[in-house]
Ligand binder design. Structure first.
Ligand SMILES: [Ca+2]
Length: 172
């Protein structure tokens, strides 16, 4: 049990380190991982640059993608495995299509940037199967988009739509 907890702490710590190193080292500040087509399924082959860099005047709204809005029930996972509606230790179905549909709502809150859950593919369940990777911090493959959140094209659409509304996206 202690080892599982230690592994979770290390995993979350590494994810935060990656996040902050990206934020501090990249003047473009917000990049979206966005592969396309055939061979891109296993490689990150394309990046969408933010239309503007973050600065000290930005108001960042942090969204746990899985808990925000389910815009596509086809990517929710398998009932009684990782997708268990109402059991908050497991996936609830929120995704990038849902976020895209709700960008006006988020913008009307008065924010200028959105920080969403990590986008890479997660293990569906923890090692002891007591929870799912709904939060995005059980990264399995950094080169693939998490299928519970949608396809790479869904992520590209989210970024493009956010930019068209003057919103910056912070992705890890
Ligand atoms: Ca969904």
């Amino acid at each position: 049990m202690k080892k599982v907890f230690k592994n979770k702490v290390v995993s979350i710590g590494l994810s935060f380190l990656l996040t902050f190193s990206l934020l501090l080292s990249n003047s473009a500040s917000a990049q979206a991982v966005a592969g396309t087509g055939t061979n891109a399924d296993t490689n990150i082959s394309q990046y969408v640059q933010s239309s503007s860099a973050l600065n000290e005047n930005d108001i960042i709204y942090m969204v746990l993608t899985d808990r925000f809005y389910d815009g596509d029930s086809s990517n929710n996972g398998t009932l009684n495995v990782e997708y268990r509606p109402g059991n908050l230790k497991y996936t609830q179905g929120g995704d990038w299509k849902g976020l895209t549909q709700k960008l006006d709502y988020i913008k009307n809150l008065g924010v200028t940037a959105i920080w969403i859950s990590p986008v890479s593919e997660n293990e569906p369940l923890s090692r002891d199967k007591s929870e799912s990777g709904y939060h995005g911090y059980f990264t399995h493959d950094y080169n693939k988009a998490d299928p519970h959140f949608g396809s790479k094209q869904d992520l590209i659409n989210l970024v493009s739509t956010a930019h068209s509304k003057g919103l910056t996206l912070v992705l890890i």
